[in-house]
Design a binder for this molecule. Sequence first.
Ligand SMILES: C[S@@+](CC[C@H](N)C(=O)[O-])C[C@H]1O[C@@H](n2cnc3c(N)ncnc32)[C@H](O)[C@@H]1O
Length: 259
Amino acid sequence: MDKNLDSSGSIVDQQNQRAWDAYARKQERFSQPVRDRQFADLLRQIRADPWFEGRLAGARLLCLGSGGGRQSALYAAAGAEVTVVDISSEMLALDREVARQRRLALRLVQASIDNLSALPPNAFDIVVQPVSTCYVPDVVAVYREVARVVVGGGLYVSQHKQPASLQCVSDLTGAGYVLSEPYYRSDPLPPVASSPLREEGTLEFLHRWEQLVGGLCRAGFVVEDFSEPLHATAGAARGTFNHRCQYLPPYVRIKARRR
Ligand SMILES: C[S@@+](CC[C@H](N)C(=O)[O-])C[C@H]1O[C@@H](n2cnc3c(N)ncnc32)[C@H](O)[C@@H]1O
């Protein structure tokens, strides 16, 4: 590993680091490297993704909050020069193992997404961030750091948990999918059992739209596109993840460009 987290991480960082280390040991859902049979398909999808404008090959690309051996391996196989930042040393260990198996070069940095002081300014052409901003209290601090490390004209493609989905109970009740959590809040969301929507043992924060989108613009980015990855399935059994997604998209994806 090129860089290590110092011991001064916040209580939130320490708890989330422990929780994600435990997920990495279990290798489930978000902590499972891409399997061989999916790899070629996912690589094709990434290469064809119009949001990357055919710029992946040769790009200096930061996979932010992205340990686990999934995104890193795919972007490196697409020809990018990949750095991975993650708070969990065990998630990064999965990236290291995948890099060894697939003979890919990855730079691994253990750091929090809201403190990228280990990285120099203007070091990246593209920043890709899967869902991870929910694990820090202040999403704008993340945007500020990304604005510093990405070049002018560089791309920032990020995915976030949708605030209304975080406000709403996971399970179907007699009254439907009930909104149970306040929108205006700075404290972490209440702990939950693991579900497709929340990760047990982590501290998660709801970020409002004015922070997710307004904060991005104020940090020096122009939003160029926006999508809601589709997880709703017609005819899904009541109470399942795909049924809930018919009512509430769980994630949003934002394409932004550094001014
Ligand atoms: C939902 S996973 C996303 C990456 C995953 N490989 C995937 O398949 O999408 C969330 C990741 O964020 C990382 N993480 C959580 N809090 C973080 C923080 N403050 N700074 C950096 N990474 C963090 C976790 O360790 C985990 O790897």
